[in-house]
Design a protein around this ligand. Structure first.
Ligand SMILES: [Zn+2]
Length: 376
């Protein structure tokens, strides 16, 4: 058994690695075997190349759903915590609580790492540091373009700066890191559900305008606990921002079982894409609506198993998405917290029955639904 697959198999709901292998064909398989991240060296990659460099087309990837602070590798977090002399919260154990590598009994437990992820970076230079670390991980996964999302405003408290300065710093740090790895990147501004969501959105949009509507910002996102409400005017404010600034709109919805949140994301907020949307798999009318409106689902299979959005004994609804013609793009959500990468999520999607041919289309589909313009 290939060690790379035995490793990923830990989270694949008991699916044997050789079953994954059986679902793939011929030598194209070698390419996928060779392209799992974090477990291979450059040497490992080139070992698969024959004299004609037949495997040089290791698949390019596009990432549409990844959270900035869920993509910071653990060693970088440790370095920054030490550099900024940040004490861990009471009862928080780095080894036990920072990573989520097995299904969690609750969403709250899945979110435990954020008790620490919200405590840094307090120093400007550590924003650079974590950005470079994130883009190194993306490059390892052969990601060619990424839509990186962040709630931005937590930086104002940490770095004692205005929202405008926080956004400017985020643009600078991620821009430099992306450029150094030859990756296109756009930023999505995340608003968290709750009483202050409308205020947060206004603050973020003001910062965006103060900076002259930078092209680096490509979209808006609504995230957070789906059981929590939001001010009645929030959907209108999202739609107005979309119309006025031409920003893309993605909404975390249907991750915790609520199909009505997916309906409202499209019909009230004007969502172009849905984050997760797992609940939609059981609602044919909703699937038809998503299909007829060309709403793309950001499918994050590993995250869905770890959060319990897809129970361990159930198939992932991506087969329903495919059956109903709902476009979807495989994404990684919080790869560093999962100790995985986008290549692992694509392998996990293959374990759910997607073929090499499906995977080969993923880059084009990601380009089509990306909010970043004119990707090569
Ligand atoms: Zn997410």
């Amino acid at each position: 058994m290939n060690i790379q697959y035995s490793y990923i198999n830990v989270i694949l709901k008991g699916i044997e690695a050789n079953q994954i292998l059986e679902r793939t064909e011929g030598r194209a398989l070698d390419q996928w075997q060779l392209d799992l991240p974090g477990m291979l060296s450059n040497t490992g990659l080139t070992e698969g190349l024959d004299d004609n460099r037949e495997f040089t087309d290791v698949p390019h990837r596009g990432e549409l759903h990844v959270h900035l602070n869920g993509a910071i590798p653990a060693p970088t977090i440790r370095e920054i915590l030490a550099d900024e002399a940040i004490a861990l919260p009471t009862g928080f154990e780095f080894e036990r609580d920072l990573l989520r590598t097995a299904p969690c009994p609750s969403l709250a437990e899945y979110l435990t790492p954020w008790q620490v992820l919200r405590l840094f970076p307090r120093k400007r230079e550590n924003l650079d540091r974590l950005a470079f670390s994130i883009f190194a991980g993306l490059a390892d996964n052969n990601v060619r373009f990424v839509e990186l999302r962040s709630s931005v405003l937590y930086l104002t408290t940490l770095q004692k700066c205005s929202a405008t300065e926080a956004l400017e710093r985020l643009i600078e740090s991620t821009g430099k890191a992306a450029q150094s790895h030859g990756i296109r990147r756009g930023l999505i501004l995340t608003v968290t559900r709750g009483d202050y969501s409308a205020v947060s959105l206004s603050t973020l949009l003001q910062a965006y305008q103060d900076l002259g509507n930078p092209k680096d910002v490509i979209g808006l996102d609504l995230a957070g606990d789906e059981e929590i409400g939001y001010p009645t005017e929030l959907p209108r404010l999202f739609r107005e921002a979309k119309d006025r600034f031409g920003l893309g709109m993605t909404i975390h919805a249907g991750e915790t079982g609520r199909t009505e949140n997916v309906w409202s994301a499209v019909e009230l907020f004007g969502a172009d894409r849905i984050g997760h949307g797992t609940a939609a798999g059981k609602d044919p009318k909703l699937l038809e609506m998503l299909s007829s409106n060309g709403i793309c689902i950001e499918v994050c299979p590993i995250s869905n198993w770890l959060t319990g959005a897809v129970p361990p004994n159930e198939a992932h609804p991506l087969q329903q998405f495919r059956q109903y013609g709902v476009p979807f793009v495989v994404c990684s959500d919080n790869p560093a917290i999962h100790q995985r990468g986008l290549a692992d999520d694509q392998a996990a999607a293959m374990a759910e029955g997607l073929s090499i041919a499906d995977m080969r289309q993923q880059y084009e589909i990601a380009k089509r639904y990306s909010f970043i313009e004119e990707i090569d």
